[in-house]
Design a binder for this molecule. Structure first.
Ligand code: ADP
Ligand code: MG
Length: 224
């Protein structure tokens, strides 16, 4: 609550939280977010791989860069510090002043990409959602909603309602996803939304679900 109050005091009109504040808020509720190192140039980006490890991911940041991959602002699978440095230079030349800096992350293990979301609905109050992520998100609209707070059993039912649920159960030789971890993450997002009336919108897209757990590699929170 202190994190949200401090941001509202500085920006009374509400806004998309910056990456650091978003991570602090989600971490306070035990929501797993990939660690991001904030950098302001190609050298710092290359050096950040000492913290994240390799292969690494580079993402452009700036208040106007909301859908980063739509503008070529995400580079995955960079294998050396030199590749990270080069990717930063290339991105910054192409995006110009819209790119104010970048974040460097470790590559997550391969898994199923889901979305966990939250919204303050004008009639129902806080709602949480889990759905299929990735490029087919909008197309298939495979989603389940609940009014939080919910427990793990109910989160498990939400997952079971998804048409994509078989993807999480080892469909066609895929690795079996860690469903208890995924359910736990949904419960935690529910607790956060239920607790924080100033959050207008929350979007973890994607949450990558693997046999080892569920982690968000992209997170956005908007205060109203
Ligand atoms: P945006 O949604 O703004 O375009 P994302 O941060 O969601 O940008 O990245 C786009 C896609 O890149 C994700 O949907 C995911 O498939 C992949 N991706 C992003 N970060 C990672 C990561 N750390 N590890 C593995 N894949 C990633
Ligand atoms: Mg995303």
């Amino acid at each position: 609550r202190r994190i949200v109050a401090a941001d509202l005091a500085a920006h009374p009109e509400g806004r998309w939280l910056d990456e650091r504040t978003t991570t602090r808020l989600l971490s306070a509720y035990g929501v797993h977010v990939t660690e991001s190192v904030t950098v302001d140039g190609p050298e710092a980006a290359a050096e950040a791989t000492a913290l994240t490890g390799l292969p690494a991911v580079l993402k452009a940041t700036g208040p106007r860069l909301v859908h980063k991959s739509d503008v070529g602002g995400v580079r995955l699978g960079l294998r050396t510090p030199e590749q990270v440095r080069h990717a930063y230079r290339e991105m910054s030349a192409r995006l110009g002043p819209a790119m104010q800096g970048a974040i460097v992350q470790a590559m997550a293990d391969e898994g199923t990409e889901l979305i966990i979301g939250g919204v303050a609905h004008e009639t129902f109050g806080p709602l949480i959602m889990v759905g299929l992520g990735g490029v087919a998100t909008e197309l298939l609209a495979d989603r389940a909603f609940r009014v939080p707070p919910i427990d793990r059993t109910e989160a498990g039912r939400m997952i079971g309602e998804l048409r994509c649920a078989p993807l999480l159960h080892g469909y066609r030789g895929r690795p079996e996803a860690d469903l208890p971890s995924l359910a736990d993450q949904i419960v935690r997002v529910g607790r956060l939304m239920d607790d924080q009336p100033d959050i207008a919108e929350l979007d973890l897209n994607p949450v990558i679900v693997t046999p080892g757990g569920a982690v968000a590699v992209d997170a956005r929170v908007r205060l109203a």
